[in-house]
Write a protein that binds this ligand. Structure first.
Ligand SMILES: O=C(O)[C@@H](O)[C@@H](O)[C@H](O)[C@H](O)CO
Ligand SMILES: [Mg+2]
Length: 403
C-alpha cells in the first residue's frame, strides 16, 4: 500500500491564480488535487499547508474514505468553502494515486463508463443581443450541443458573464473588487429578447442555458422563467440565492423552466432540501468545492432518487485538475446532465498538461491511469501569485446586492 511521505501546495498564476495540492508516496507515485477558491486562494493554501498536510504524513493513501472522514469530522468546524475545498484537493489527489497504482483511469474505479462521452456547454456572451447570438452561432459551428447565453443589459455599464474578449471570461479581474451596478427590471426585459433571437438564429436542436447569478428574488425568477418558457431554456442557473432552499418553491409555483443551482455549495447539506423537495432539476456542485469525488458521488446519489441530474460547474477558475476529475465523475455517474466547459488559456494548459479532450460538443477524460493530468512545476514557478478579487454588485442607489 502506498504510504503518504509528503505533500505540498503549489500556487501558480498563468493568467489567473490556481492552487494545487501534490501528495507524494513511498512508491514514487504522486497525486494532484485542485484547491482553487477564486478570490480566496491563499486561505485554502494555508488550510492545507498548516492544518491538513501534517496530518496526512504516514497514512495509507488508499484509505480515501477514512482520510475524508478524518478531515471532515476531525476539523470540528465542519463544512464551508475553505474546508471543503481543502478536503476536495486531498480527495482528488488520493483518487489520482489509486488510479495510477491500479493502472486504471479513475472513471473505471467509479464503476466504469455509463456513456460514450460527456456533453458540455460553452459560454456565448456579448454586449448586445446581436453580438451574443453571433458568438453562439460560432459555438454551434464548433459542434457544441449546448450553449450558455449572457448578454449586456442596455443602459448598464457592465453585467455578469459579459467579458471584453468574448471567449475567456475571467471574473476575478482586479487587485481589489471591481464595483458592478445592477438593475433588475432592465435585465428582465433583455433576456427574453436574447432567447427569442437565439432560437430564431440557432433553431431548436441546441440547448440554450442562462445564468441569473443570484440576482433575482424568487418571484422575479418565477416571472423570468415564465417569460422564457416559449424558448425552452435548458436551465436557469442560480435564479436566487439558495441559503433559503425553501425559496425555490415559490419559483416552482410559477414556472416549469428547469432550475440549476449549486456551484457555490460545498456539501450535501446545502442541497438536501432542494433535492428532497424536487425544487431543482440540476445540481451544480463541483468536485473542487464540494469535498471532492467522494462527496460529490453522495450528492449525485441523493439527487438520483429524485430524477435530478448533475450539471457541474466548470469555469476557468476551476483548474484543469478539477476539469479532469469532473470528467471522470461525469463519465460514470448514472444521473449525468451536462458539464460546463470554459476553455482554459494555452498558458494554463501548458502548466497542466492533460489527457482530456473535446470533440463535437462532447468531452472525454482519456484513459491514462489516474486523473490523466499533470503539473509542470518548473513552468508553474514562473507565474507568481497575483492577488485578484471577484467583483461586488450594487443597485443604482448604491445598495449592496448579490453578484
Ligand atoms: O456559472 C458560471 O460559470 C459562473 O457562475 C462562474 O463564472 C462564476 O462566476 C465563477 O466561477 C466565480 O469564480
Ligand atoms: Mg454560475
Amino acid at each position: 500500500m502506498p504510504i503518504i511521505t509528503g505533500a505540498k501546495v503549489i500556487v501558480t498564476c498563468p493568467g489567473r491564480n490556481f492552487v494545487t495540492l501534490k501528495i507524494e508516496t513511498d512508491e514514487g507515485v504522486y497525486g494532484l488535487g485542485d484547491a482553487t477558491l477564486n478570490g480566496r486562494e491563499l486561505s485554502v493554501a494555508s488550510y492545507l499547508t498548516d492544518h491538513v498536510i501534517p496530518c496526512l504524513i504516514g497514512r495509507d493513501a488508499h484509505r480515501i474514505e477514512d482520510i475524508w472522514q478524518y478531515l471532515y469530522k476531525g476539523a470540528y468546524w465542519r463544512r464551508g468553502p475553505v474546508t471543503m475545498t481543502a478536503i476536495a484537493a486531498v480527495d482528488m489527489a488520493l483518487w489520482d494515486i489509486k488510479g495510477k497504482v491500479a493502472g486504471l483511469p479513475v472513471y473505471q474505479l467509479l464503476g466504469g463508463a455509463s456513456r460514450e462521452g460527456v456533453m458540455v456547454y460553452g459560454h456565448a456572451n456579448g454586449t448586445t443581443v446581436e453580438d451574443t447570438v453571433k458568438v453562439a452561432l460560432e459555438y454551434q459551428a464548433q459542434g457544441y450541443k449546448a450553449i450558455r447565453l449572457q448578454c449586456g443589459v442596455p443602459g448598464m455599464a457592465s453585467t455578469y458573464g459579459v467579458s471584453k474578449d468574448k471567449y475567456f471570461y475571467e471574473p476575478a479581474d482586479a487587485d481589489l473588487p471591481t464595483e458592478n451596478v445592477w438593475n433588475t427590471s432592465k435585465y428582465m426585459r433583455v433576456v427574453p429578447e436574447l432567447f427569442k433571437a437565439a432560437r430564431e438564429a440557432l433553431g431548436w436542436d441546441v440547448h440554450l442555458l442562462h445564468d441569473i447569478h443570484h440576482r433575482l428574488t424568487p418571484i422575479e425568477a418565477g416571472r423570468l422563467g415564465k417569460d422564457l418558457e416559449p424558448y425552452r431554456p435548458f436551465w436557469l442557473e442560480d435564479a436566487t440565492p439558495a441559503e433559503n432552499q425553501e425559496a425555490f418553491r415559490l419559483i416552482r409555483q410559477h414556472t416549469t423552466a428547469p432550475l440549476a443551482v449549486g456551484e457555490i455549495f460545498n456539501s450535501i447539506w446545502d442541497a438536501k432540501d432542494l433535492i428532497q423537495n424536487q425544487l431543482i432539476d440540476y445540481i451544480r456542485a463541483t468536485v473542487v468545492h464540494a469535498g471532492g469525488i467522494t462527496h460529490l458521488r453522495r450528492i449525485a446519489a441523493l439527487a438520483d432518487l429524485y430524477q435530478i441530474r448533475t450539471g457541474c460547474h466548470g469555469a476557468t477558475d476551476l483548474s484543469p485538475v478539477c476539469m479532469a476529475a469532473a470528467l471522470h465523475f461525469d463519465l460514470s455517474v448514472p444521473n449525468f446532465g451536462i458539464q460546463e466547459y470554459m476553455r482554459h488559456t494555452e498558458e494554463t494548459d501548458a502548466v497542466f498538461p492533460h489527457a482530456y479532450s473535446f470533440a463535437d460538443g462532447m468531452m472525454h477524460p482519456g484513459d491514462k491511469p489516474g486523473l490523466g493530468v499533470d503539473l509542470d512545476e518548473e513552468l508553474a514557478a514562473k507565474y507568481e501569485y497575483k492577488r485578484a478579487f471577484l467583483p461586488v454588485n450594487r443597485l443604482e442607489d448604491g445598495t449592496m446586492y448579490n453578484w
